[in-house]
Write a protein that binds this ligand. Sequence first.
Ligand SMILES: [Zn+2]
Length: 359
Amino acid sequence: MAGRRLAEWGDVDVTGTAQHEAWQQKALPPVERLRPDLWSIPVPMDGPLRYVSVYALALDGGGLGLIDTGWQSDASWAALTSGLASIGGAVEDVRGVLVTHLHFDHLGLAERVRQASGAWMAMHPADAAIVGSAPMRDPARFIESEVDFLVSLGADPDEAAADVGPVESVAAFTRMAVPDRLLEHGELADLPGWSLRAVHTPGHTPGHLCFAEERTGLFFSGDHVLPRISPNISTTPTGSPDPLKDYLDSLAAVRDLDPAEVLPAHEWRFRGLDDRVDQLAAHHEQRLAELLAAVRAHPGSTPWQLAAHLTWARPWDQYERRMRIFAVTETDAHVRLLASRGLVISSGGPVPTWTLAVR
Ligand SMILES: [Zn+2]
């Protein structure tokens, strides 16, 4: 899942030109061979991002490794399996799966891949803990914790329940695979022939991983750095207390890696990681300034109220359901960073309101 489109392009060079052309034609890009032993397979998904790029890696000694798996649906499964067939493989050949983060478009098909292949599946412990947590294994508890969280941000309970939706709509989220292996920051993935080092990049999720390939200089960026949109950075019931601070720190941590090419999980491959990181950081600073002005103009507001005072891609009163949840939790992430910078203070209590700090 990701958020807003950025206004300007800057010095980011598109290297995934077939992907970029397909995007402009609203088509699914082709399966591409990126290196003799590396392919990208677009797996379609619901929503405006259209597809996840699953990376398939040929391993020394035979078999395949995957980075991410795709959204869980029969159509996505068909795209993944036919994509593997088109490169001369099959899902049964998969020996290991690296999942960048716990979101449905990345982890969704992991259980099906694991059952078909017997492959191991690895994630960062922080995301593994969330996937395995009680609210994430039980749809009713999942709904309850989401609604309670929105109420704590200032939502009316009925509106929050309507935005979160019925139990059936979240059931699939609560059946996602729990990993059988954990990968900490700096560890090498167990994919023979590759030197994929895990780079912990919390922010989009607490356990988001990028992978820096040391042999080729490729950087698999997951949703941490995408070429066109700014990944959604939101507070969640089970997540970090200050995810935007985490995210900006994680951007700074990868800025100067100077990879040969960035291979993101959505959109298209590109070069110019440092410039893209600068654009994303600048975007958040702009957003923080806008929010600070909103707190100044409307002291004593909840994140729910503040979100209505910010500019969005469309008029605020047309926002509803999951879009409104993303907007309000994203506003909350920004207000918490303003608080950790000492610029705003919270009233405390079960539904905190925010006011400028007296300096
Ligand atoms: Zn994603």
